[in-house]
Design a protein around this ligand. Structure first.
Ligand code: NAI
Ligand code: MG
Length: 364
């Protein structure tokens, strides 16, 4: 009897459904190749949820997600819904509740630059020659974004805004385990990012990370202050494998790392709960400027599906095979518009042609 997994498929808005179609084709190919079955249920989210069922995260969608082993998410939002009250808008109304309902405490943001695409980076050739592959592990439910008290009080020049930054040892411990487990499946290095020269939360953070690291003698641990890390990322990104960050530092560092690759349409992400449940989605948005034209880059969505196989279904070989197929297709010159640079061996393709090329490579 073949392995079987259930997947809630939430394509969302804009280019979401277009790139999701390609990721689902890749899952079809994986089913055939690896004797596994993915039982998929489609559900509305974001603007599609608002238009069809009256809210960004319909109850039926939540139920479908609860009955699934993982969520494959497209992207949400667009000009049509921007005049709604903030909490009802596609992004806030769907993404924040999903994080809360499913306890998604950990955000994994790879910043990968494939050797064939180093020309798209803002960094100098000799800095990124051969590409790089960084995984930012960001704590997602604690720290300064959520701790209380927070607010604005007083009047006039005494009016004061305040936030609180808190982390418990337990919160630091569980995210640290994720980072070390991930490092074991990659380059075996963790760099923990903090500001331990100034912040008490960072002193605790460092203490807990040190303690947990003893359980992973095969993984090399280093510590770096966040301001230095921001500098080191642009100076020599190849020194990093896994970067372990608190919520706010990870928000900033992951965007910086992503942009060094120069291609938003290429980057996947994962948000994990305790156990194996997770939500997988491209780092970019719904790209209203190119939606409906069939020209979006499906690679971020396809690599998000690969992350689902790796982290929720423990199908490491299949995930590696998808990543390898993407790399070969890029080496062979296939380019959607966002990564096309007019080089001699480049072939400009649309969304479904890119998906087909990756599947053909996967089937070889
Ligand atoms: P965006 O990521 O949608 O687009 C930024 C630029 O990148 C655009 O020029 C777009 O064409 C390009 N781009 C993004 N993904 C691409 C792909 N796969 N292939 C080719 N080009 C791609 O960000 P923007 O414009 O700030 O936001 C547009 C909408 O998306 C907004 O409604 C925003 O709220 C929403 N959004 C949703 C997110 C989510 O669902 N998680 C995340 C970020 C934004
Ligand atoms: Mg951000």
């Amino acid at each position: 009897m073949a392995n079987s997994f259930t997947v809630a498929v939430l394509p969302g808005d804009g280019i979401g459904p277009e790139v999701m179609a390609e990721a689902l084709k890749v899952l079809d190919a994986v089913e055939k190749k690896y004797d596994v079955s993915f039982k998929r249920t489609l559900a509305n989210v974001g603007g599609a949820g608002i238009d069809n069922e009256g809210k960004a995260l319909p109850d039926t969608t939540v139920d479908i997600c609860k009955q699934s082993d993982a969520i494959l998410f497209g992207s949400v939002g667009g000009p049509k819904w921007e005049t709604l009250p903030p909490d009802e808008q596609p992004e806030r109304g769907a993404l924040l509740p999903l994080r809360k309902i499913f306890g998604l405490f950990c955000n994994l943001r790879p910043a990968i630059i494939f050797p064939a695409l180093t020309g798209a980076s803002s960094l100098k050739d000799d800095v990124i020659k051969g590409g790089f592959d960084i995984l930012v592990v960001r704590e997602l439910t604690g720290g300064i974004y959520f701790s209380t008290p927070k607010g604005i009080e007083g009047e006039g020049s005494e009016k004061t805004g305040f936030d609180t930054m808190k982390y418990s040892a337990a919160e630091v411990e569980r995210i640290t385990h994720v980072a070390f487990e991930a490092a074991r499946k990659r380059g075996s290095k963790v760099c923990s990012i903090d500001k331990a020269n100034v912040l008490s939360t960072s002193v605790l953070w460092r203490e807990v990370v040190e303690r947990v690291s003893k359980e992973y003698p095969d993984v090399e641990l280093s510590h770096m202050y966040v301001d230095n890390a921001a500098m080191q990322l642009v100076r020599w990104p190849k020194q990093f494998d896994v970067m372990l960050c608190s919520n706010m530092f990870g928000d900033i560092i992951s965007d910086e790392a992503a942009m060094l690759t120069g291609s938003l349409g290429m980057l996947p992400s994962a948000s994990l709960a305790e156990g194996s449940f997770g939500m997988y989605e491209p780092s970019g948005g719904s790209a209203p400027d190119i939606a409906g034209q069939g020209i979006a880059n499906p690679i971020a969505q396809i690599l998000s599906a690969a992350m689902m196989l790796r982290y929720s279904f423990n199908m490491v070989a299949a995930a590696d095979a998808i990543n390898a197929a993407v790399e070969v297709v890029l080496n062979n010159g296939y380019r959607t518009g966002d990564i096309y640079q007019g080089g001699d061996n480049e072939k400009k393709v649309n969304t479904s042609e890119m998906g087909d090329a990756i599947i053909a490579q996967l089937n070889r």
